[in-house]
Design a protein around this ligand. Structure first.
Ligand code: XIL
Length: 363
């Protein structure tokens, strides 16, 4: 029992109570530190995402997710956002007409839920990885334009509805503009006409009104003809009231090319149309063999991409197209190139990973 003026039984003096109240008031009156002024460097990419306010994601190889516990552990530790690398593409979800195979996509969404990861849906309308029944049917005329339009509508509605409320953002249309700035002559454009793009966004919006709906493309980081056509397309869609909410920059870079130095400005232009921005498929490949110098250069490309995103308020997500060189599409698609990811084949962090952890939001 302490001082004579104390409340009986409390053990705390009246002055002490006053001091405590003053101290509490001071604590409450002190503004919280902004996230960017966080004093401690982040421990991993999840913390980096928390501190910078940008969601950091990875594409997921579903076979590896199932079979490799170390792959699964690192994915779930580091990333708070995920994209299916292939599991949500049309050939994966409807390999035969009317036969839906959702197991892989479901497994990804369920793993994300359990590990507090948000999900990017990839992708609803594309010219690649379509099932043979569809491309053959269009080619031999057994699927006419009217039927094709209905098939597309059903596909979008079925898939978006299935994951309603579970997908933060959908890549609704993927790679619809060519590098020369013309509209890509896909089976969609040639059979349905240019209106298929607005239709796709409207159908997706009807199926899940809360999902952010994106247009997504590569080389949009730097290629002027593609940028101008895509910009005009989005502006036109917005003017018509089409529910398009985001522009995705795939970001497949290579250190043998200059870093796209104007990228942040391009992001800002699209943000000026009222869009959210995301880097959706970042990787930075190199001509093999790997050298320490190349890895150092690669690290600057990764950190510049994050800095660019952080310099644009509307940029909300940066997703890498696979996080480990053990499972990367690069060696299979670019002859003689590889080592494009943040972690090596053994899941050891490369200089690029360390570099990302030091990036801060500019004041
Ligand atoms: C790639 C996958 O990584 C590969 O596994 C698959 O064989 C082909 O597609 N742009 C995209 C992605 O939008 O869907 C592509 O993914 C890479 C380029």
């Amino acid at each position: 029992m302490s001082g004579s003026s104390g409340t009986p039984g409390s053990g705390i003096g009246g002055n002490t109570v006053k001091l405590l109240i003053i101290a509490l008031a001071l604590v409450l009156a002190t503004p919280a530190l902004p996230a960017s002024a966080h004093p401690r460097p982040p421990r991993d990419l999840r913390q980096l995402a928390q501190q910078t306010g940008v969601k950091i994601g990875s594409a997921v190889d579903i076979a590896a997710l199932r079979a490799e516990s170390d792959y699964r552990r690192v994915l779930n530790r580091e990333f708070s956002h995920v994209t299916a690398e292939n599991a949500m593409k049309w050939e994966s979800v409807e390999p035969e007409r009317g036969v839906f195979t959702w197991a892989d996509a479901d497994a990804l969404v369920e793993n994300a839920r359990r590990n507090h990861q948000q999900v990017r849906g990839h992708t609803l309308v594309w010219h690649n990885q379509l099932p043979a029944w569809l491309t053959n049917g269009v080619a031999d005329g057994s699927i006419d334009a009217t039927e094709l339009r209905k098939i597309l509508r059903d596909h979008i509605t079925t898939q978006v509805r299935r994951y309603k409320g579970k997908i933060r953002a959908w890549d609704v249309v993927n790679e619809v503009v060519e590098d020369d700035g013309t509209m890509r002559q896909t089976l969609w454009l040639t059979h349905l006409g240019p209106g298929y793009i607005a239709d796709a966004f409207r159908w997706a919006h009807q199926a899940d009104p809360h999902a952010k709906l994106y247009i997504n493309d590569y080389n949009l980081e730097w290629n002027a003809p593609k940028i101008e056509t895509t910009f005009a397309l989005v502006k036109d869609l917005r003017a018509q009231g089409v529910p398009i909410h985001g522009a995705g920059f795939q970001g497949h870079l290579g250190i043998q090319y200059d870093y796209p130095g104007d990228w942040a400005n391009v992001m800002r232009r699209f943000a000026g149309l009222g869009l959210e921005i995301a880097v959706t498929e970042l990787d930075v490949r190199m001509v093999l063999p790997v050298t320490p110098e190349k890895l150092t250069t690669q690290a600057t490309y990764y950190s510049r991409a994050l800095s660019d995103c952080l310099s644009v308020r509307a940029c909300r997500e940066l997703t890498v197209w696979g996080y480990t060189d053990r499972h990367s599409w690069v060696p299979g698609w670019f002859d003689g190139e590889g080592s494009a990811c943040l972690l090596d084949e053994n899941l050891a962090p490369k200089p690029a990973y360390q570099a990302l952890l030091t990036v801060k939001r500019p004041r």
